[in-house]
Design a protein around this ligand. Structure first.
Ligand code: CMC
Length: 372
């Protein structure tokens, strides 16, 4: 048995949800370029869960179900106030809150298709509410109840900021949510599938996935990108910063990808949005630093920017605290995680690979008093 490090190139399951072929990403056969241009995030959620785009009535029904299920149990909200608010990372809060939601959902352990779909709606609806409520509570503000007349993206922003976002902001948020919704068998989606393939419940699957997304090699990269842009401070400093990092053999966050070679097809949309939004906010330096970093880095290493690179300046321009970037990613990716979890339940088999053993050969037990 020979191990494949990081399971690179291993095809671990079949799936009808998203595909990456020749650096093109599709959701159930629709190119993400097409969806980003034309669809809403709610349409994409429906597509991922039902494998077809919704009719007007189906879309309306889903929107209503999401709006109706956004409110959080009081116990979960109250628990936030017991956390070390000035220190805790919002991804740790999200991970904990999703786990707690499972405790308060009376259907948590019911495993039939209907109950699982209901739980998917509840979870998708509550994810933005968790992120928003925590963002407010840690700033000494009261959480804001969702509004039934707002769509998913608008509600998310409204619940965080307390004011209705304008059209440009909603459009940008919607596009960002669409672009992050699913990505074949990425690390967190695989984690979710491994978890529920033991026939564990949906809340456990999403909790596990959040843990995997949190790391800086995966979803956590977007926050690290913003940290880097802030450290660089001006486009003039980008070249020396990047070269210095590479000399020290450190990674530049937001570049490289396990699957894409020519480029991440999501990055160009975020790059365009970054240019537009930073102009609108009067902070073009974030885009200017970013393009300089891209220019210098890619002239040193043939690794194009991934989804996380330009999403940093996009989320900054939309006014989000930098440690909320990865939770925003999680809110979107929940749609994909749930699609994969439902698909896994439909055609389940335990996921249990092998390890190539590299430890010592067979040896005899040494009694405690004889050990050195
Ligand atoms: N900066 C500098 N060098 C890099 C980078 C980078 N961002 N990415 C890869 N490399 C180098 C790496 O050092 C290695 O070089 P060498 O062969 O000389 O040791 C080579 O490229 C292969 O890298 P790897 O880490 O073995 O590649 P991987 O397929 O295991 O990892 C990756 C893919 C995305 C984890 C990696 O490119 C990386 O760490 N990027 C930075 C973190 C990041 O942006 N993550 C977000 C990923 S995309 C969206 C998401 O999942 O959230």
């Amino acid at each position: 048995m020979t191990a494949t490090r990081g399971l690179e190139g291993v095809v671990a399951t079949t799936s009808s949800i998203s595909s990456i072929i020749d650096d093109t990403l599709t959701y159930v056969g629709y190119n993400i370029d097409d969806l980003t241009e034309n669809a809403s995030f709610e349409e994409v959620i429906y597509l991922l869960w039902h494998l077809e785009l919704p009719t007007k009535e189906q879309l309306q029904e889903l929107k209503e179900q999401l709006a109706e299920n956004m409110e959080l149990p009081q116990e979960v909200l109250d628990s936030f106030k017991t956390y070390p608010l000035d220190k805790v990372h919002p991804m740790a809060v999200l991970r904990t809150a999703v786990s707690a939601l499972g405790i308060f959902d009376e259907d948590a352990e019911v495993m039939d298709k209907e109950a699982n779909y209901k739980k998917a709606i509840r979870l998708q609806a509550k994810m933005p509410a968790i992120v928003a409520a925590f963002a407010r509570i840690r700033n000494g503000l009261e959480p804001i109840a969702p509004r039934k007349d707002l769509g998913f993206a608008a509600n998310f922003m409204y619940m965080i900021k307390g004011e209705e976002p304008d059209e440009v902001e909603v459009e940008a948020m919607d596009k960002a949510l669409i672009l992050h919704a699913d990505h074949e068998l990425n690390a967190s989606t695989f984690t979710a599938r491994v978890c529920v393939a033991t026939l564990s419940d949906i809340y456990s699957g999403i909790t596990a996935a959040i843990g995997a997304l949190k790391g800086p090699l995966h979803g956590g990269a977007n926050e690290q990108v913003m940290k880097m842009l802030t450290e660089i401070g001006s486009a003039d400093n980008a070249e020396s910063y990047v070269k210095d990092k590479l000399e020290k053999k450190e990674k530049i966050m937001g570049f490289g990808h396990r699957v894409y070679r020519k480029g991440d097809p999501r990055a160009k949309h975020l790059k365009e949005m970054s240019k537009r939004l930073t102009e609108i906010t009067g902070e073009p330096e974030w885009y200017n630093i970013s393009i300089k970093v891209e220019e210098v880095f890619t002239s040193e290493k043939p690794l194009p920017p991934n989804v996380d690179f330009y999403s940093a300046s996009v989320y900054h321009s939309l006014g989000f605290d930098h440690d909320l970037f990865t939770p925003i990613f999680a809110v979107s990716r929940t749609s994909g995680w749930l699609a994969h979890i439902l698909e896994q339940y439909e055609n389940n088999r335990l996921i249990r690979p092998r390890a190539e053993y590299t430890g010592p050969g067979m040896r005899s037990y040494i009694p405690l008093d004889k050990r050195k």
